[in-house]
Structure formats: C-alpha cells, structure tokens
Design a protein around this ligand. Structure first.
Ligand code: ADP
Ligand code: GLC
Length: 503
C-alpha cells in the first residue's frame, strides 16, 4: 500500500483564485493574463478551480447565460448601514476546455452599486469599501455554495483582506477550518493605502487591534500590508523580485515587514499562455510563423509598418513598445535617447500604450517630428499588442523595476529580441547576448541611466547589422520554454506545501 501522504499529494486541489483582473474580461496589465493562464493550467490539470472577480460594467468578451443565471446564488452582504445584494454570475473562460470538453467557469460577482463604475479602480470615496466588499463577497460566495477551498489564492491588494477576514469575521465557520491562504504580490508599487477612517467604512472596526498599529496611528491603513501580515504564505512573480522586495531599494516601505516573513515568501516566475500568445496560431497576425520558418514574421513586420504608414526598409531596425506609460516602466529614459537614435540610425519605432499625460504628449511630439519613422497608438488594443510583438525586431523594456513582466516573454516567443534592464523578472527571463558563445536571448543594461540605455541600443544595432548573429539570437529566444505548464506545477507544489504548514 502506498503511504497515505502519497494519496494526499496527488489529490486534486480546490483553489479559489481571487483577482480584480482576469483576461480577457477585465485587464489593465499582466495580472489579468497571469490569473487566466494559471487558472487554465490548473483546471486542465484536473484541479477544482474557482476564479472570482467583480462583474464590472465594462467587462469584455462575456455574455451571461440567462438560463444559468437563474440558478446562480445570490448573496446578501451586510455593509455598514446597508444590505447589498450580489449575484454570482458564471461564464466560461475562453480556451480553457479540458480534454473532455469542460471549460472552466469564471464567477463574476455582480453588484452594480459597487462595481459598475467608469473604471475598475477609482478615486471615489468608497474605494476601500469596494475592495473590502469584494474580499467578503468572495468568501461568502464559497460559504453560500458550501465549497471549502484548500487555498484562497488572493492576488494583489484588491483581494488582500481575505486572510484577515478568515481569521476574524468568518473564523466561526468550520467550512474553512482547513483552508489556507496565499497572497501573491504582483506589484508592490500598488498597496491600497487609505486614510485610517476607512477601517470603519470597510466594516473592520472589530479587527482594528489586528491592523498595523503604528500605521493606524500615523493615519492610514494598507490593504496589501494587512494581507502580508496574515496570509499563510506569500508569493511574488519572479525569484529576483522576491529578493528585491526585501531590500529598502525595492521594498516600497514594506521591506522590513517582508523580511520578517521571508520564510513564508517565494518567487514563482510568470509564464506565458501558449494558447493566447503563439505566433504559429495567433489569429491577430497578417501571417503565422514558427522558429522553423520565419517568412511570416517578415509579412507581419511589413503589415505593422503599413498600418502606421511608416517607410518600409528591410535594413531598418523596427523597435516596439507595448506598455502602461508609468514611471515604473522606465519611460523617463526614453525621451533622453529616442531623438538621438532616430536622428542617427535607420530605425522605426511603434508604441502602444496609455497612461501619464506627459509621456503620451512626448510620443505624440515624436510621431509629429518623425512621421515616417514613428507610429503611436494611445489606448488599449489587444490586437495591436500582438501585431507589435510579431512585427517588431527589437522590443524595448527599460523598466525602473519589474516584478516579472510578460512582454519580454511574448517577445522571446515571437522571435522579437527583448532589450531590458536587469531588474526583477526581466533579469530572470532574459539572458545577455554573448557573441563569443552565441548564447543569450536579448540585450540587457544595468544602471538606470539614459547613457546605459543608449549604449545598449547601440549594441543592439551593431548585432542587427550582422544577420547571422541576429538570426541566432532570435532562435535562442524562440527556443526558451516560457510556458505555464511548469510554472503552474510550481504553484501546485506550493499549495500542497502550504496545506501542511501549521497556521
Ligand atoms: P504590467 O502588468 O506591469 O503592466 P506586464 O508586462 O506584466 O506589465 O503585462 C502587461 C500586459 O498588458 C501585457 O499582456 C501587454 O501586452 C498588455 N498591455 C499593456 N498595455 C497595453 C495596451 N495599451 N494595449 C494592449 N495591451 C496592453
Ligand atoms: C504586475 C507587474 C508585472 C507582472 C504582472 C503580472 O503588473 O508590474 O511585472 O508581470 O503584475 O504578475
């Protein structure tokens, strides 16, 4: 007979993945892609996964089935001074079918009063209540359906109250007796910090003694910090970032606390979803291609230049950017170098992004100044993101910090050479090109300075002028395994490990 723990180590797990974003329904960044890909991989591996997110007004790619809706549970959430009705709607996650055809059903918590706003995230006075209510509704939905997850896997600050709530308001419920919590930090730059009077607004008065007392006295409460204090385990999205956030330089004020929990903190590097991001079957592209035959990539390159009315030239290096336009992404370095590069070198630049006005204004100016060589698109555009990954030769990611980053991995898969700064997940996923060994997958710079970036773009241009070296670099990148299969197994191992730990 096998030892009993070997039975336990193979049983399917029940995982509640709670997130404010899930692709393709609601996405502003990589969090959405990661949660969707992890959910698909877990579901296909036979685990019982529930993905829970708010039913925003501007959900994409979803229509709720009225038949199914009639049977879905309704919750009545007691909020301070009010009773809030929440309907748990279901819809299948695209491309999530198991071998037997069963798709993964995603749960959308629908409460117009809380989540039907113009954006997912707001500056409205009740913002802390919206997310405290989300965490509670996720728990109450499990209660209502008598489903005890092995692990509540909460993502970022929006779901970070779940560990505290399970130890306080819901501690009476034996349904969750064996349930453990994992908090994944996707970006320490966003902590959900509110004035201390939000404690009452969020209905957390009774839990007040458990909150960070010094910070309450200083007048604020942080949802992410509360999660870090009470989650059974913490993870972040790359090994390097897991180390970095424990240092004052990258800890964003939380490094000390994170160091106290270092025995319960791991980094699991994100992967990419090979169903969604695969040049051999990507439906958004002018032509498909693979490492064996890159002729389709040339067609995609031409189509991208055409789309932006840019002068076509086989010798020009096409540089791509797809990004939120924020300081995190290193955007302040670009104005210092791009004018010089565009004046001196035979390059094209295509930029897709939205964010801070000062960056958008700069790129508009750049487009107006170099109309045949620079293309810009402000806003969110999934199709164009794929077309830039396929059509560009070089992908720029000069991030100041980067918990993981997905675009550099999409670039590797699409035969587009990433140029990155050595930080966080970029350091873990892109190896520096070494011409003597013909090894490496991209270009890497270290100091966060315009000079270092400019020198590295110069180096990339030198290699670009040697077609054999460039071709090797492209092949090295395309040969990388950046898929989710292994990464999701790491999560499963982590979930099983957490289940064995004492609280
Ligand atoms: P972050 O989550 O910090 O924004 P990541 O690299 O992890 O960075 O993920 C960014 C994701 O968002 C990628 O899937 C990228 O393609 C996508 N993305 C960013 N900006 C846009 C945009 N303007 N239009 C379409 N997709 C975008
Ligand atoms: C965050 C990070 C990014 C990471 C993504 C998904 O938005 O900024 O680096 O890839 O989350 O984990």
């Amino acid at each position: 007979m096998p030892p009993s723990n070997s039975v336990a180590s193979s049983r399917p797990l029940k995982i509640a993945l709670v997130s404010s974003e899930v692709a393709p329904f609601a996405k502003t960044g990589g969090l959405a892609d990661v949660v969707a890909a992890l959910a698909r991989a877990l579901h296909r591996a036979g685990h019982d996964v529930r993905v829970i997110l708010p039913a925003y007004r501007m959900l994409r790619a979803v229509s709720f089935d009225a038949e199914v809706d009639r049977e879905t549970p309704e919750l009545e959430l007691e909020l301070p001074g009010d009773l809030c009705r929440i309907i748990a709607r279901q819809a299948p996650l695209p491309n999530s079918e198991r071998a037997d055809g069963t798709p993964l059903a995603v749960t959308f918590l629908d409460c117009p009063r809380l989540w039907h706003r113009d954006n997912y995230y707001t500056d409205d006075a009740d913002e802390p209540l919206r997310w405290a209510a989300f965490a509670r509704a996720a728990i109450e939905y499990c209660q209502r359906t008598s489903w005890a997850p092995d692990v509540f896997h909460a993502n970022d600050w929006h779901a970070a109250l779940i560990p505290l709530l399970l130890r306080t308001r819901y501690a009476w419920d034996t349904l969750f007796r064996d349930t453990r919590t994992l908090l994944s930090i996707h970006n320490l730059g966003y902590q959900g910090v509110f004035p201390a009077d939000a404690v009452e607004l969020m209905g957390l008065s009774e839990a007040r003694p458990l909150l960070h007392q010094d910070h309450l006295q200083a007048g604020h409460v942080s949802l992410l910090e509360t999660g870090v204090l009470y989650a059974d385990f913490l993870s972040t999205v790359s090994e390097t970032y897991a180390r970095e956030i424990q240092t004052p330089e990258h800890g964003m004020g939380m490094d000390e606390l994170l160091r106290t929990r270092s025995d319960r903190l791991v980094g699991i590097t994100n992967g990419i979803d090979a169903e969604e991001w695969n040049p051999a079957k990507d439906g958004y592209l002018a032509a498909n291609y693979s490492a064996d035959d890159l002729s389709g990539k040339r067609i995609c390159r031409g189509a991208l230049l055409d789309r932006f009315d840019l002068a076509s030239d086989d010798d020009a290096l096409v540089m791509g950017v797809v990004s939120r336009m924020t300081a995190q992404k290193g955007f302040e370095l670009l104005p210092e170098i791009l004018t010089v590069v565009l004046q001196r070198e035979n390059v094209r630049l295509v930029v897709l992004g939205s964010g801070e006005q000062r960056y958008e204004a700069y790129f508009q100016w750049l487009r107006d100044t170099f109309p045949t060589r620079v293309g810009v698109y402000f806003g969110y555009n999934e199709e164009l993101a794929h077309q830039i990954e396929a059509g560009a030769d070089l992908f720029l990611m000069p991030s100041r910090y980067e918990p993981c980053g997905l675009n550099q991995m999409y670039s590797l898969a699409y035969g587009t050479v990433p140029l990155v700064r050595h930080t966080g997940g970029l350091a873990d996923t892109v190896q520096r090109w070494d011409p003597t060994e013909s090894s490496g997958t991209g270009f890497v710079f270290y100091d966060f300075t315009a000079d270092a970036l400019l020198a590295t773009v110069g180096h990339a241009l030198e290699v670009w002028r040697e077609p054999a070296a460039w071709a090797r670099l492209v092949q090295n990148g395309m040969a990388q395994d950046v898929s989710w299969e292994h990464r999701s197994e790491e999560y499963v191992r982590l979930y099983r490990h957490i289940l064995k730990l004492p609280r």
